[in-house]
Design a protein around this ligand. Structure first.
Ligand code: ATR
Length: 291
């Protein structure tokens, strides 16, 4: 009997480049999806240091690797090494997916729309809503861009407000949406959350091993809010646990992870991603490894 999934000489190879990559959930999610659709594809991790990035991309070309994810620390540095950048990824200035189309390496960004799909999938429409975003790093950039483009009204709260101000100005110019910036403190958070419908943590505060931390004091969280954390280890951060207790709706980092992966899958295979399979496998794996 033919097995339901086997790797033949025609196998298309996908993977992820990053450093570190040992913690990645992407091979679990993508191989489960390939298997579910009986596709002759495989997904593997490639640990690539910053100084080896150029050689790694040359190697990807030489080996005819079909497509790959790009993660920390390469999402910006890879841009000049590719042949074409999708317009949306170019505007954000960050590439997390590459497709090798007959030798042409094309860069895409699925982090931004992955985030948006995670909200829409839970029935949360950010258009016209006020959204408070904590943090102004790389992850925040993709998220803010997707939200501003969708018509959300953003307030970014950052520990170093000067850093956020630069990116808010740039993003306002690109999307035509005004973006407010504030220093991250209790008073500003309280004010921003009174008016906001959605609160998003894009910082690493609350990530393992600092799982007992939260970027927001629990008494500032009101039941009318949707609270989103991009952290998925732990599965439910302190912020999300306290938001649940306050009666707010919560969305975990796992949803963004799954949706950015699903959109990448569709770019590589041209097939609709089996999102439920990907979520189930990612959850199973993360629960087994949860700290
Ligand atoms: P990433 O690319 O994962 O978003 P990053 O670019 O290092 O990571 O950005 C981290 C974000 O988390 C920044 O907004 C950072 O605030 P600063 O701009 O002030 O550095 C924020 N951040 C990290 N640790 C934090 C902490 N302990 N308290 C508040 N904000 C923190």
């Amino acid at each position: 009997m033919k097995p339901d999934w086997e790797i033949t000489g025609k196998c298309q190879i996908c993977g992820v480049i990053g450093d570190p990559v040992e913690h990645t959930v992407s091979p679990i999610m993508h191989n489960a999806a390939f298997k579910a659709l009986h596709l002759d594809y495989v997904y593997v991790p490639f640990k690539v240091s910053k100084q080896d990035l150029r050689n790694a991309v040359a190697g990807m070309r030489a080996l005819n690797i079909h497509g790959f994810n790009v993660t920390i620390p390469h999402k910006v540095d890879i841009i000049p090494l590719l042949d074409e950048i999708d317009e949306f990824a170019g505007k954000i200035g960050s590439v997390n997916v590459v497709l090798n189309e007959n030798g042409q390496m094309i860069g895409y960004n699925t982090d931004a729309h992955g985030f948006l799909y995670a909200l829409l999938d839970q029935g949360v429409e950010p258009e016209g809503q006020r959204v408070a975003v904590i943090g102004a790093g790389g992850a925040s950039r993709s998220i803010c861009f997707a939200l501003a483009e969708r018509g959300a009204v953003l307030t970014i709260l950052n520990r170093t407000p000067e850093k956020a101000a630069r990116f808010a100005t740039e993003m306002s110019e690109m999307t035509g949406q005004p973006i407010q910036v504030m220093a991250l403190n209790d008073e500003n958070l309280a004010g921003a959350l009174d008016n906001a419908g959605i609160l998003i943590n894009t910082t690493s505060v609350g990530m393992y091993p600092q799982s007992d931390e939260s970027p927001v004091k629990h008494d500032l969280i009101k039941p009318h809010l949707t609270v989103v954390d991009i952290i998925y280890n732990p599965f439910k951060t302190r912020l999300l646990l306290e938001a649940e207790r306050a009666g707010a709706r919560t969305i975990s980092g796992i949803d963004m992870l799954v949706w950015q992966g699903a959109l990448a899958f569709e770019i590589w295979t041209g097939r609709k991603a089996p999102v439920n399979v990907m979520r189930k496998e990612a959850q199973r794996f993360l629960k087994g490894h949860e700290k």
